[in-house]
Design a protein around this ligand. Structure first.
Ligand SMILES: [Zn+2]
Length: 202
């Protein structure tokens, strides 16, 4: 393991431990999230109870990206940033699990709030990759493309009313459709991408 990666992991691990976060590094590629476990994700950070989880059964560059991203969710929660405290992901989970109904405009609000949280997190993640010079392991341009994929994926959740079977950032042809810098406006629609996700990820 490269020295800067080690330093990054050590420092972030200590921060998680000091904040009494349960750390779950699983020997899996995809892990389940949410009460009903409907969402299959590469990792997650949950604030109540505090839990940080990453699926580690993949190349280092890939789990490291997920690790950095989820760590930045932890930072959002700790800093109580507005986008995080709105608690939207729980609302989306409840809607996906059909526990609650949402009108079209309520759903749009929830999805936009999810995209706000994720995009804020992605900007933090890219800063962190730069700070620890993790670009000797992670390709930043490619990371930004995958991040854009994930943020814009929420538009598809609204259309399909279901979580993906396979994540869009696992399909190179979908990643290729994305800008190489983080998007600034997540309300812009990428229809070709959305159609590609519907075809491949469900
Ligand atoms: Zn996230």
């Amino acid at each position: 393991m490269k020295a800067n990666v080690k330093k990054f992991l050590e420092e972030t691990f200590i921060e998680l431990i000091e904040n009494k976060v349960a750390i779950r590094l699983e020997r899996k590629k995809i892990i389940k999230y949410g009460e009903g476990g409907v969402e299959k994700v590469s990792g997650f950070y949950n604030d109540e109870p505090k839990e940080f989880a990453v699926g580690m059964a993949k190349p280092q560059s890939e789990w490291l990206e997920v690790y950095a991203h989820e760590f930045c969710h932890f930072k959002q929660a700790r800093e109580k940033v507005k986008v995080w405290t709105s608690n939207v992901s729980d609302k989306l989970d409840d809607w996906l699990e059909k526990k609650i109904m949402l009108t079209k405009s309520e759903l749009r609000k929830v999805l936009n709030a999810c995209k706000d949280v994720e995009l804020d997190c992605e900007y933090r993640t890219v800063d962190m990759i730069r700070k620890y010079q993790l670009d000797n392991v992670i390709n930043i341009e490619r990371y930004c493309q995958k991040a854009n994929c994930y943020v814009l994926y929420y538009n598809v959740v609204g259309i399909m009313k279901e979580w993906y079977k396979r994540p869009p950032y696992e399909f190179p042809e979908l990643i290729d459709m994305m800008p190489k810098k983080l998007i600034t406006n997540h309300k812009k629609r990428y229809r070709k991408f959305e159609n590609g996700v519907i075809k491949k990820c469900y």
